[in-house]
Design a protein around this ligand. Structure first.
Ligand code: B12
Ligand code: SF4
Length: 517
């Protein structure tokens, strides 16, 4: 049987990284079946396009995975596939919580022939065999022989064949530049960010988060050897194609067990398996100098920190009181000393937020080491404690917000400001952090760092800006480059000066107000 695994586009950003579930399920598919992958973020497709694809490629089963924000698109695509007679199985965090919705058991239309609940590592082979026999069941749950929920162990993790998989759709280097860039240094003909997990689960149970409910509070890890071997395979692939690879450790809290994380990082270093990597680590786990030393030595470049708020009352209200805003600056300093930077994530619209929260947060951020701040709105995802709390209090304004997903739009009313005010705060956070002036300031404030780090921060800021401000397509990029021309020319001139062996005497770039339009 030929199987298609499809991930719908998120409608906001192009894909900077593929989704791990597709590669994992592909690796777990019983032999004798062929698996094709389409990520809608890299290969945009509409309903007619996917229907035509499944017919032309003689697909016998389609698997669709989606987060809540992509579920409406996922359902539309599933409907189109089922309309041409091909069965659809859906999985992932949304349908796990809303299986009745996907199966049309709550009065709405049916979108999926089957739903895989929770982690599907062990149920997927069964689903494939049932589909091949034409006997798909409605629901597949990860349970043991006694019907008790069973979380898969990661000790026998499959070897994802990264060395053989066709990753053409995930090359971040524009096609026209590939040939030329292949010859630069060790080669930049390809640049890919690859998702990798070293463990699953997070016990913290923050109110707005799906993870503790979905993956459970028991944490499971892969063996160090399995992670190291995967890194070595990726490195070999990048070398063989004259390109670069970076890894996103998608663990929810990469340092949840500090002892184990340090042991993994030591093994990565010992095996020479370092690649540049990004990981999510909560601020409270970054207190230890030795851990941060190992992060830097093993290739860690960016750490994603869910700071959420600088207000302890807000943090307490979402059960994230373990975050201590008073230590954010020291954590960022500790990272920056090792040339590791932070993606700092904030949520506005929390119950203690009032108008002006963006400016108050930005004032703090400006005193910290520059990184990549991102801003979102408190969103009640299905089945989270937050959703249940707001539903019980009658505060949900769009209880089924995912049926008509709108980016950066609240689905409940905050306590101390209006929805419109919360939206304005998020807009202000993004506008102030990603204006050409703010980007120039961030780059300038790193003057004491090597040029490479400043270029890194600059490129990252330009890309992150696209999370909020639509900048898909060449025209948007040309405009953006024009707006940031001062910083670009300053970095380029400094690069030439350094290259020709002269000390840089260039003044810092600070565009005037007029140039920022
Ligand atoms: C990596 C990641 C991202 C990446 C993007 C995804 C990517 N390219 O990989 C980035 C960092 C960009 C991101 C962003 C966001 N993310 Co995110 N992200 C994750 C994270 C940390 C890991 C995903 C992953 O690969 N997990 C490991 C794989 C193996 O697990 P899995 O995907 O769940 O797949 C398993 C099962 O679900 C199932 N399965 C999944 N799909 C399918 C399909 C079929 C057919 C079958 C049979 C089974 C199946 O089988 C798999 C194996 O067991 C998860 C948390 C987590 N630990 O999963 C959050 C998570 C998925 N993200 C979440 C959210 C909310 C977001 C944001 C909306 C946050 C925000 N406010 O901006 C944004 C939106 C991004 C966008 N523009 O669309 C939520 C989603 C909850 C929900 N109900 O939708 C999660 C669960 C975290 C949370 N806080 O609750 N994210
Ligand atoms: S620490 Fe992160 S992953 Fe864990 S429950 Fe809180 S938000 Fe979710």
């Amino acid at each position: 049987m030929r199987i298609l695994l499809y991930n719908p586009d998120n409608g906001v950003t192009r894909n900077f990284m593929p989704h791990l579930w597709m590669f994992l399920l592909q690796a777990l598919t019983p032999s004798g079946h062929e698996v094709l992958l389409i990520d809608g973020n890299a290969q945009p497709m509409d309903e007619a396009g996917i229907a035509q694809y499944v017919r032309e490629h003689n697909i016998g089963l389609v698997g669709i995975g989606a987060m809540t924000r992509m579920i409406a698109k996922a359902y539309r695509m599933a409907d189109a596939i089922r309309a041409v007679g091909v069965p659809v199985v859906m999985g992932g965090p949304h349908v796990t919580e809303e299986a009745d919705e996907a199966l049309g058991r709550n009065g709405g239309p049916r979108h999926a022939d089957a739903v895989a609940l929770g982690e599907a590592d062990e149920t997927w082979p069964k689903i494939v065999e049932d589909a091949a026999r034409g006997q798909l069941k409605d629901l597949y749950a990860p349970v043991d022989e006694f019907g008790q929920e069973r979380k898969p162990s990661l000790q026998q993790y499959p070897a994802i064949p990264w060395d053989k998989i066709d990753l053409n759709q995930f090359n971040l280097v524009p096609k026209m530049a590939t040939r030329m860039l292949q010859r630069i240094g060790e080669g930049w003909g390809t640049f890919r960010i690859i998702p990798m997990e070293s463990g699953r689960g997070c016990p913290y149970g923050c109110e707005f988060c799906t993870v503790t409910g979905f993956f459970g509070d028991s944490i499971r890890f892969r063996t160090n050897e399995s992670v190291v071997n995967e890194l070595l395979r990726l490195k070999a692939r990048a070398r063989s194609e004259g390109g670069q690879i970076a890894v996103f450790f998608i663990d929810d809290n990469f340092a949840i067990n500090i002892k184990r994380t340090k042991s993994l990082l030591r093994d990565i270093i010992a095996a020479g398996a370092q690649v540049h990597w990004v990981a999510q680590i909560s601020a409270n786990l970054l207190r230890e100098e030795e851990l941060v030393d190992l992060i830097a030595a093993s290739g860690g470049k960016w750490v994603f920190i869910g700071m959420e708020s600088i207000d302890p009352a807000n943090l307490a209200s979402v059960s994230k009181g373990f975050n201590k805003p008073g230590e954010y600056a020291a954590v960022l300093e500790r990272l920056a000393q090792r040339n590791v930077y932070a993606i700092t994530s904030f949520i506005f619209g929390m119950d203690n937020d009032t108008p002006g929260v963006a400016e108050r947060t930005l004032q703090e951020i400006r005193t910290w080491q520059p990184g990549l701040p991102i801003f979102g709105l408190l969103t009640p995802l299905p089945a989270t404690p937050l959703y249940k709390k707001l539903e019980a209090a009658g505060r949900l304004t769009r209880p089924k917000h995912w049926q008509e997903f709108i980016p950066f739009e609240m689905a409940h009313t905050p306590l101390k400001m209006t929805i419109a005010e919360a939206h304005a705060e998020v807009k202000s956070g993004w506008a102030s952090s990603y204006s050409a002036e703010a980007i120039a300031n961030a780059v300038d404030s790193l003057k004491h760092k090597p040029l490479g780090y400043r270029i890194n921060i600059f490129i990252a800021r330009m890309c992150f800006r696209g999370i909020y401000f639509p900048q898909m397509g060449p025209v948007a990029w040309v405009k953006l480059i024009y707006q940031n021309r001062r910083t670009i020319s300053s970095l380029v001139r400094e690069g030439f000066t350094t290259w020709r062996g002269r000390p840089s005497v260039l003044p810092p770039s600070r565009p005037s107000e007029a140039e920022l339009v």
